[in-house]
Ligand binder design. Sequence first.
Ligand code: GLN
Length: 447
Amino acid sequence: IEAVYEKINETEPNVGAFLALNKEEALKQAREVDKNGIDPNNILSGLPIGIKDNIVTKDLTTTAASKMLEDFVPVYNATVVEKLAEAGMISIGKLNMDEFAMGGSTENSAFKVTRNPWNLSKVPGGSSGGSAAAVAAGQLPASLGSDTGGSIRQPASFTGIVGMKPTYGRVSRYGLIAFGSSLDQIGPFTRTVKDNALVLNAISGYDDRDSTSYNGETPDFTENIEAGVKGMRIGVPKEYFHEDAKEKGVVESVRAALKKYEELGAEIVEVSLPHSKYGIPAYYIIASSEASSNLQRFDGIRYGYRAEGVKNLEELYVKSRSEGFGLEVKRRIMLGTFSLSAGFYDAHFKKAAQARTLIRQDFEKVFEDVDFLVAPTTTSTAFEIGGRIDDPLAMYMADILTVPVNLAGVPSVSIPCGFSDDMPVGMQLIGKHFDEQTLYRAAYAFE
Ligand code: GLN
């Protein structure tokens, strides 16, 4: 644990992944492990992990990278944090992100810039950019992120590591600061596939404090991980491979990976997900609508930032929210409030919900015929810091390959599959509901 903090000291000036460190407490826990020995039944005991800053940690500041929560110190732990502690893992600190997880570059953080360890002029992706950069830079072997529309898979892809967005309901959201509640899932970042499965083992399971928690079996995600892909059928959704619309090196790397799967004995089948093209409008309406509702609680009274010098209650609300929220968050609140308003609900929110059903049905249909799907995680590799910040629509459009998975609720893991112009390329393996096991097995076979 001391070595971890040394490494962080060395690399942080370049990477900028952390918003808070838990050094004193972590060293205390490490000394306990030294004293009592490693728990032989728990392979993760004594190992370090970092936590995205929208996951609440008792007595440790949790800001969601927002000025709104700059001084917020939670009085309780998220379920995942409790579970990591039960597994004996040592929490190293809190990781930078886009404010309230809205964004794809970590540039929307109210506090700092996080850089891509592969090229410091590029973004690490987002919204879980700090979580990904810390693992990619070798500061940590594992971290937790959250994925509402790609925020684990896209930064994993941009930084050349493994990132899993589990099935909706697999991991408790209790203590995850809500963005789009019907889409949000917590999941692990690691450098290897097996490490990832081990961390998912630790954080999964039913939780009666999350009403959408899955009340079924939690398998051991490392079971059969070495069984290979021989005889498996891999679906390749043709809509996810428009060569002209995407960076060529990305598509080429994924195509080469498919060849490797064929050599390993899998069968490649072209499939179609025709409604995924509605993913962006459906996602941005649904996620923003849910966000506009979830963010009502930040009213300057119950949590966080409170404006000064106000004359009445209305002004307290308006000023606190105007000063506490960043630009992108305000944009989402406006979009969401508009989509849910009486005159526009049918045309916007209801239509988006219908499109979501069609997208989910596309996945269900192809999974009658194939074991899992393979697609690029993103349309390009990591872009320049500042390159897209003034063009929110371009930023939104870039999520076209990740958001359908969240709308359908299915699991998807992004793994590194090559390079394009010296930057890592990621491919995502997309699975049936609650079939993370197949994804890990296939990812492991490729690795
Ligand atoms: N980039 C997407 C957005 O801005 C996804 C974010 C996420 O998954 N949290 O909404």
